[in-house]
Write a protein that binds this ligand. Structure first.
Ligand code: C5P
Ligand code: ZN
Length: 484
């Protein structure tokens, strides 16, 4: 990886003008910021463009632009075999286009890249690793480091990209190549990693709000109930409000954090929550040491959410400027986008309540038409699944109209995952059957399908989910403990 990164760095440095193309999500935005910062420090002129996706049509536009050298960040792997005619470097972590090449032979792609030389790709799949071993920002970081060893301060933004891409979710800490990046960041004194509560808002939310909005894990009686959260804190002898101001979790001394954490564990166990779920309360958390206390940029998860909000509302440029260091105008704009995003979510959930969620045999669904943005419908689906109008025992499928077809978002739960659910495979196959395309992760996947094929698509998904869960019914039903 390092040797390849050095060759890419060499190439970038030799080019007089580079065009950076970044994926318009938090990983792509953080990655493009890292690329741009490294190029700027090396004195290489460059432009940055954000794209929703890099499919063949988008690639044709890039080819028309005919850049001296293109740098694709957080995408490119999917069209790796269609880059002929371009000079490009790709820093990505998605599955390379040669899907039929078995995992153990993907290494051959490295030699292909070498022989070809015009297109160089850095991607954990080339080493037989999965998409979670590094993010788009992480592979970009490696090239930035190869351009100049002093660029290790950019590890902080690379970890934001990884966390925003949910790479710490499964193991409750980043793994694979991300650990090397983390170590670089710690050594460069820009990052700190600590075991702490994994809940969102440690830096900026009042503690009771942080508890109230807990969804991973869900805390019985506290999640969704702010007053119960305040009572819980008061009973422990804490003062959540000091001098007229609600304090944030990170303002608590360590001893009080420990008290709250252990009481939360007891509270959940007492209410019959399985240990596997309880465990999810705590994990590795990442602090950006150069950011101010109380700033949403100090916590990697909050930083990532802010950048995400920019991408979702077509303002990747704003998130990009925050990542490049703008703490005035761009930061204020990103905060406004995040506030707007939260309001949008509330309105979306109200709308789903209004139209209701329809239940089929093995799945449930709703069709938001043009009332929920295609970039938000996935979150709306996740949240609706937790809500009172849904059945947590069934995966949820959500539709929304997009400019290139009907956007599908599908979400399951960890329990369903343990029972054998694989939504990525289902979204891929079912969408293909109706002339669309899709994929993703086992518990969270998506697709785009042609308008009018929704019912046919639903029937296929319903059948496939039934088969998957039926097939796995010989295993235990997940009550948490079984899977320790
Ligand atoms: O868009 P949504 O949040 O529902 O996407 C969930 C997952 O599905 C993401 O990882 C995304 O990359 C994947 N997906 C996909 N193909 C699509 C849409 C989403 O692979 N057409
Ligand atoms: Zn990514």
């Amino acid at each position: 990886m390092w040797e390849l990164a050095r060759r890419m760095a060499e190439r970038l440095r030799r080019t007089s003008r580079v065009r950076v193309y970044g994926h318009i999500d938090s990983d792509g935005i953080t990655g493009a910021a890292i690329a741009s910062e490294a190029l700027a420090r090396a004195g290489v002129e460059h432009d940055v463009t954000f794209l929703k996706r890099l499919d063949e049509a988008a690639l044709a536009v890039v080819k028309d632009e005919n850049p001296q050298l293109a740098w694709f960040v957080d995408f490119g792997a999917g069209v790796y075999d269609k880059m002929d005619g371009l000079d490009a470097v790709i820093t990505d972590h998605h599955v390379p286009s040669e899907r039929e090449i078995p995992r153990e032979h993907r290494k051959d792609l490295v030699s292909f890249a070498r022989a070809e030389d015009r297109v160089l790709m850095l991607n954990p799949h080339l080493l037989g690793e999965g998409s979670d071993a590094a993010s788009g920002a992480g592979t970009t970081y490696l090239v930035a480091k190869a351009m100049d060893l002093r660029n290790t301060d950019l590890a902080a933004i690379a970890i934001v990209g990884a966390v925003a891409d949910m790479q710490e979710r499964e193991w409750r800490r980043v793994t694979g190549f991300n650990r090397q990046i983390l170590q670089d960041g710690v050594e460069a004194r820009v990052l700190d990693a600590k075991t702490d509560l994994r809940l969102f808002g440690r830096e900026t939310r009042p503690i009771h709000k942080m508890l109230q909005y807990a969804s991973d894990p869900w805390i019985p009686r506290l999640s969704g109930n702010g007053e119960a959260c305040i009572a819980f804190l008061l009973e422990l002898g804490l003062e959540p409000k000091q001098e007229g101001r609600w304090i944030a979790w990170n303002e608590l001394p360590w001893s009080q954090k420990r008290l709250v954490a252990s009481e939360l564990v007891r509270h959940m166990l007492d209410r019959g929550v399985g240990w596997k779920e309880v465990e999810r309360l705590v994990g590795e958390t990442y602090t950006l040491l150069r950011e101010e206390s109380g700033s949403p940029l100090r916590d990697a998860k909050e930083f990532g959410t802010l950048i995400n909000a920019c991408g979702r509302y077509d303002r990747a440029d704003v998130g990009y400027r925050v990542c490049r260091g703008d703490r005035d105008e761009a930061l204020a704009e990103s905060l406004a986008l995040l506030r707007g995003h939260r309001e949008t979510i509330v309105r979306s959930l109200d709308f789903i309540d209004e139209i209701g969620i329809q239940q089929l045999t093995a799945i449930q669904y709703f069709h938001a038409q043009d009332r929920i943005r295609d970039t938000v419908v996935g979150i709306a689906a996740s949240m609706a699944l937790q809500g009172p109008g849904a059945n947590l025992a069934l995966p949820i499928v959500a539709f929304a109209l997009a400019d290139d077809g009907v956007k599908v978002s599908c979400r399951g739960t960890r329990e369903l995952l343990a029972q054998g659910l694989d939504l990525a495979a289902i979204m891929q196959q079912a969408s293909r059957a109706v002339g669309g395309e899709g994929g993703g992760h086992k518990v969270a996947a998506g697709a785009t399908i042609p308008p009018g094929t929704e019912q046919e698509f639903l029937a296929i998904v319903d059948r496939m989910v039934g088969e998957q869960l039926g097939r796995a019914s010989g295993f235990s039903t997940a009550d948490g403990l079984t899977f320790m």
